[in-house]
Design a protein around this ligand. Structure first.
Ligand code: ADP
Length: 445
């Protein structure tokens, strides 16, 4: 059992982890940059340590400072949240070398799945369908041309180390391949320090459907069903829901089983999300594994009644999973809207600033995960997520109605937020019918 942990993150996810810990009797240590000194999660942790100035490289991404904070506060483990160091295998390895439990997968599994080419190989071994594409890294332009013609345009070039939608380029013909290859490589080089790319067939108007999986140290693997995350802008999710509104029961099971099989093959431990694209014919293809808890995990918590962060903590503490697959039930419909400090009327440009008026929605079936409050200043240094609204109802129509009601209640002034954009999507007749794909937002907003 863990008794004291450090959370190497900030914002709503730091608070989310602290809440789970305190309910389990686990003590918490928050780390914060100078911009987050007065944050609610810092105040609610049992102890806190300032790790540097607002710039992430000198605080939340600074491994020596975080490890020092963990050592002086004498914690057993570190929860990395999502983003920042959550998928950094070197960080996980350093934690291990320092005798600190990393609340996440083993270093080897993280390395293997963090490399998208390796992850595709693993999926094939587990007999999970992958998007048709290159077997490995694309070495040169000649090979790229040959492959693109073999697969057939459109194709997508993707970074091996990819994440956050960076290092991806869709290509429609031989002529634009050269430039796309170069720009994907240089974007990946800047973002990940690693410019290798591979190629996949570009699936036209797919749905993004992902499966939440959890594995313990004894090799038990269970899934918590799927989330549909097709509402995206520039490959970034905006609204997520469970279940996927168009999947038949048999296909849901096939998808979930494929995800569990892949996770078993990887000798994985702790929480993972296996992401798939679903084409118009109903075929699904593996795209990647996220080796951490995800922003949209509350959607799954609402429909299954299971606290995923608590399972992460128990598993990292060495407890076997007492939950069996048949014990995990899916009930009703949950939807999450991400509320970002961005101006939808101005190309979603970031809108940092101080919140002078804040009134959160409430009522039956509404959950708000946030660290913000009246008087809180949103810093330009971090991502623009300020709150998540999650609703849970018997049917999808009721969930949409509850979400619209909650979004109308939400007051966050004077900064601009994505609330109007979420409302527009929720009112769209194709969304209401569940007829959405990953291009819906760009076409309809
Ligand atoms: P990242 O790790 O950068 O988030 P992913 O591989 O998860 O990259 O892809 C992110 C999104 O990009 C997907 O949800 C989907 O919308 C789009 N995408 C990725 N690969 C393909 C593909 N082969 N065909 C069509 N869309 C794709």
């Amino acid at each position: 059992m863990l008794s004291r942990i450090l959370i190497a993150n900030r914002g709503e996810i730091a608070l989310r982890v602290i809440r789970a810990c305190h309910e389990m009797g686990i003590e918490t240590v928050a780390v914060y940059s100078e911009a987050d000194r007065n944050a609610s999660y810092v105040r609610l942790a049992n102890e806190s340590v300032c790790i540097g100035p607002p710039d992430c490289n000198q605080s939340y991404l600074n491994i020596p400072r975080i490890i020092s904070a963990a050592e002086v506060t004498n914690v057993d483990a570190i929860h990395p949240g999502y983003g920042f160091l959550a998928e950094n295998a070197n960080f996980a390895e350093i934690c291990k070398d320092c005798g600190i439990t990393f609340i996440g997968p083993p270093v080897e599994a993280m390395r293997q799945l963090g490399d998208k080419v390796e992850a595709r190989k693993l999926a094939r071994r587990a007999k999970v369908p992958v998007v048709p594409g290159s077997d490995g890294v694309i070495e040169n332009e000649k090979e790229a041309l040959r492959l693109a013609n073999e697969i057939g345009y459109p194709i997508i070039i993707k970074a091996v180390a990819g994440g956050g939608g960076r290092g991806m380029r869709v290509v429609h013909n031989d002529i634009s391949l050269h430039a796309a290859l170069a720009s994907a490589r240089s974007e990946a080089e800047v973002a990940f320090g690693e410019g290798s790319v591979y190629m996949e067939k570009f699936i036209v108007e797919p749905r993004h459907v992902e499966v939440q999986v959890m594995a313990d140290q004894e090799g038990n693997v269970v899934h918590f069903f799927e989330r549909d995350c097709s509402i995206q802008r520039r490959h970034q999710k905006m609204i997520e829901e469970s279940p996927c509104p168009i999947l038949e029961e048999r296909d849901r099971e096939r998808l979930a089983e494929a995800a569990s099989r892949l996770i078993k093959e990887a000798n994985y431990v702790n929480a993972a999300t296996v992401e798939f694209l679903l084409d118009k014919e109903g075929n699904f293809y593996f795209i990647e594994v996220n080796t951490r808890i995800q922003v949209e995990h509350p959607v799954t918590e609402m429909v299954t009644g299971q606290d995923l962060i608590k399972w992460q903590l128990r598993i990292a503490g060495g407890e076997p999973m007492t939950l069996r697959q048949k014990d995990i039930r899916h009930q009703g419909v949950a939807i999450e809207c991400r509320i970002n400090a961005e101006d939808p009327a101005n190309n979603f440009s970031p809108c940092p600033g101080t919140i002078s008026r804040y009134i959160a929605p409430g009522g039956l079936g509404v959950r708000i995960d946030t660290h913000v409050h009246q008087g809180w200043t949103i810093s330009p240094n971090y991502d623009s997520l300020i709150a998540k609204i999650i609703v849970h109802q018997e049917t999808r129509a009721e969930a949409i109605a509850t979400m619209r009601r909650a979004l109308h209640e939400f007051v966050i002034e004077p900064i601009k937020t994505t609330i109007p954009a979420c409302l527009e999507i929720l009112s769209h007749n194709l969304f209401v019918k569940g007829k959405i794909d990953t291009g819906f937002v760009e076409r309809s907003l």
